[in-house]
Design a binder for this molecule. Structure first.
Ligand SMILES: [Zn+2]
Length: 174
């Protein structure tokens, strides 16, 4: 369901909510107001010296066992760059230098979790990896692998937005 359908009662005063609009919901009783803003998340395209792209296999739903880029949700009190450094370390063990990260593009998608399709805003960066950097899968990742540009597993990519981003990235390289 959409997030608009997931809110039934006001979380502040517990009154039944009925003032739903496309962008927001307001509690008529106490005035509580909630905007359905997108949740910021990140992903990073990491290429090694052989121009292979590092991908991670998701160990959890949504899209368990599908291939994804390293990344995740931006947490409170961190920049997008800090978030990418943290997520990449958690999922692959690789230490990135935040100064090496270049913003590639932004996009949007939906993230289905426990029956609710959240709105997401994707902030996609790219960086080069030092030669010989060896990723080790951890956290919510079961496998890591470098893919040649012509061997990307298009049918097994987790999110439509990630597939679109990789196609855009490769179209600029070739
Ligand atoms: Zn209320």
């Amino acid at each position: 369901m959409d997030p608009q359908q997931a809110y039934v009662y006001c979380p502040r005063c517990k009154a039944k909510l009925d003032l739903f609009e496309y962008k927001k919901v307001t509690c008529a009783k106490c005035g509580w107001l909630f905007y359905f803003n997108p949740i910021p998340c990140n992903a990073v395209i990491l290429e090694n010296d052989e121009s292979q792209i590092l991908m991670v296999r998701r160990a959890t739903d949504p899209f368990k066992d599908y291939w994804d880029l390293p990344g995740g949700f931006v947490e409170v009190n961190e920049s997008v760059e800090e978030s990418i450094v943290r997520e990449t370390k958690e999922e692959t063990g690789i230490d990135l230098d935040p100064k090496e990260l270049q913003l590639f593009m932004t996009t949007w998608d939906r993230y289905l979790y426990k029956g609710i399709k959240d709105y997401t805003l994707g902030l996609i960066y790219s960086a080069r990896l030092n030669n010989g950097e060896k990723p080790i899968p951890a956290d919510d990742v079961s496998e890591t692998k470098f893919f040649d540009h012509d061997k990307i597993p298009w049918e097994l990519i987790a999110f439509d937005s990630i597939r679109m981003i990789l196609k855009r990235y490769l179209s600029l390289k070739h």
